[in-house]
Design a protein around this ligand. Structure first.
Ligand code: 4AZ
Length: 233
C-alpha cells in the first residue's frame, strides 16, 4: 500500500495473507470459513499444494493464529494472463477456519459496484513505494476513490484495454495498492467490491490502480458457480 497507514488485523479481519512455499506473495479475502477470494495471477500456473493461507496476524513475521493449507483452486476460465481480464480465483481450504471475533471474520462479495467517486478501503502487506522490493512487515490500509469508468479508460488509453470485469481506484499521485497487495480486497460498505489486480506503477498521477470488479456480471457468476461446485461451503 502506497500512501496508507499502518493498522492491525482487527481493523481488516477479513484480510488473509497467501504464501507460496512459505513465502508471502499476495493478499486475499475470507468469503466463508473455507474459501478465500483472491486474484488469478496470484496462483496461475502453480499447484494448490504449494500454498497456505494465514489469518489473524497483523505482521508477516508473527505466528498467525490460523494457518490453513489450500486444497483446490478455482481460477476463472476466462482469466487472461496478457490483459488481466477476469483476474479472480477462489481458494478452497483443506480445513475450515476458526473465526476469531474481532480478528478473523468473513466478508461478503459485493452485489452492486461502488458508486463513482466513493471512497473504499484497501489493505495489505504490499510495498509502500513502487521502487521498494520488500513487503511491509505490518499490515497497512488506505482509502482510495473509486473512479468513473471513463476516467480510467482515458488514463489507460493507448496502454491497455479495460474490460467490464475491471474497476479503478486511487487517490491519484498519492494512494494506491502496489506489488504484494495483489489478491487483496477493496472494501465498500462492508463488502468486498474489488480484488487488487494490476496497474502501471503505483500511486502515479497518470495511472490509477485496477481492481477486479466483483459485482460485474461475469465475476459474480464465476464466484457463484465456483461456490456451487464446492457444494456451498
Ligand atoms: C503488482 O505488481 C501491482 N497500483 C499491484 C497493484 C498495482 C500495481 C502493481 C496497482 O502486484
Amino acid at each position: 500500500i502506497v500512501g496508507g497507514t499502518e493498522t492491525t488485523i482487527s481493523q481488516v479481519p477479513y484480510l488473509v495473507n497467501l504464501r507460496q512455499n512459505g513465502f508471502f506473495i499476495c493478499g486475499g479475502s475470507l468469503i466463508s470459513t473455507s474459501v478465500v477470494l483472491s486474484a488469478a495471477h496470484c496462483v496461475y500456473g502453480s499447484r494448490p499444494e504449494e500454498y497456505t493461507v494465514q489469518a489473524g496476524a497483523s505482521r508477516l513475521d508473527e505466528e498467525a493464529p490460523v494457518v490453513r493449507k489450500v486444497s483446490r483452486f478455482h481460477v476463472s476460465p476466462d482469466y487472461s494472463a496478457t490483459n488481466f481480464d477476469m483476474d479472480v480465483a477462489l481458494l478452497q481450504l483443506q480445513e475450515k477456519i476458526t473465526l476469531i471475533p474481532g480478528k478473523v471474520s468473513t466478508i461478503a462479495p459485493c452485489r452492486n459496484p461502488p458508486e463513482n467517486n466513493a471512497y473504499a478501503r484497501i489493505s495489505g502487506w504490499g510495498v509502500t513505494r513502487e521502487s521498494n522490493r520488500d513487503p511491509a512487515p505490518q499490515v497497512r490500509t488506505a482509502l482510495v476513490r473509486v473512479l468513473p469508468n471513463v476516467e480510467c479508460q482515458v488514463a489507460y488509453a493507448g496502454v491497455a484495454r479495460l474490460s467490464d470485469s475491471m474497476i479503478c481506484a486511487a487517490v491519484r499521485g498519492l494512494r494506491d495498492s502496489c506489488s504484494g497487495d495483489s489478491g487483496g480486497p477493496l472494501v465498500y460498505r462492508g463488502q468486498v467490491c474489488g480484488i487488487v489486480s494490476w496497474g502501471f506503477g503505483c500511486a502515479r498521477l497518470a495511472f490509477p490502480g485496477v481492481y477486479t470488479n466483483v459485482a460485474s456480471e461475469r465475476v459474480h457468476d464465476f464466484i457463484e458457480q465456483s461456490l456451487g461446485r464446492m457444494g456451498k461451503y
